[in-house]
Design a protein around this ligand. Structure first.
Ligand code: BTN
Length: 204
């Protein structure tokens, strides 16, 4: 097995574990169907440090483990939970991580990512808001409506509006981490890519 494959496996396992920890930190407001969690921050971290494929896999593997019954999503697991009220969010997460990784990779290849830290914080924040948070609502809200038979307004009241500020704070934390850890992000991302595919113009 090539060393970059072994590294990929190690990093997928590490970020899957990190996502599981983020997923266990959950608050359910007044018995709400949709909990406040740090999952979107876990998605951000996978997308920041891993290639698009590995970022996807790091979250997907958690879904597979939850599907066989492990309580990895807000303390719950099993097919019933994965297809329950929050199933749309759960199945969006691997795609969110992949999209964050694609966008971060594109941004890190641009010279402006190094030149202007203020601009970089804003771009990181927007990438996280768009792809780790807002994208998860695209399947999250329609699936919540389907399972609960809520109207669109009720589903938004239960599954979107209570999370806007919290999700933005998580994106901000992600953006600050991204700025502080850029050299490590570039190093880890490039260390799991085959030598022939490495883009040597990436700047850290
Ligand atoms: O573990 C689960 O069952 C999935 C919960 C999904 C929670 C969503 S993700 C986007 C939004 N932000 C939060 O903090 N909670 C919701």
């Amino acid at each position: 097995m090539q060393s970059n494959n072994i590294r990929s496996l190690v990093f997928i396992a590490l970020f899957a574990a990190l996502f599981i920890i983020m997923s266990s930190l959950t608050i359910k407001l007044g018995g709400s169907l949709v909990p406040i969690t740090l999952q979107t921050l876990g998605v951000v971290l996978s997308g920041l440090f891993l290639s698009p494929r590995n970022a996807f896999l790091s979250i997907f593997v958690v879904i597979v483990l939850a599907a066989i019954g492990l309580p990895l999503f807000s303390g719950a697991g099993g097919i019933a939970h994965l297809t329950g009220a929050t199933g749309g969010f759960i199945f969006a997460f691997p795609f969110c991580a992949m999209l964050v990784s694609i966008a971060i990779g594109a941004f890190l290849r641009m010279s402006s990512s190094k030149a202007n830290k203020g601009l970089a914080v804003v771009v990181f924040f927007l990438i996280f808001e768009l792809f780790s948070s807002l994208f998860s609502y695209l399947p999250g809200i329609p699936w919540l409506m389907h399972i609960t038979e809520f109207s669109f307004q009720k589903a938004m009241a239960v599954g979107f509006f209570p999370f806007i500020i919290g999700d933005a704070l998580k994106s901000l934390v992600g953006a600050i981490l991204a700025i502080s850890l850029t050299p490590y992000i570039v190093y880890i991302r490039s260390s799991t890519v085959k030598r022939s595919n490495q883009n040597l113009t990436i700047k850290g």
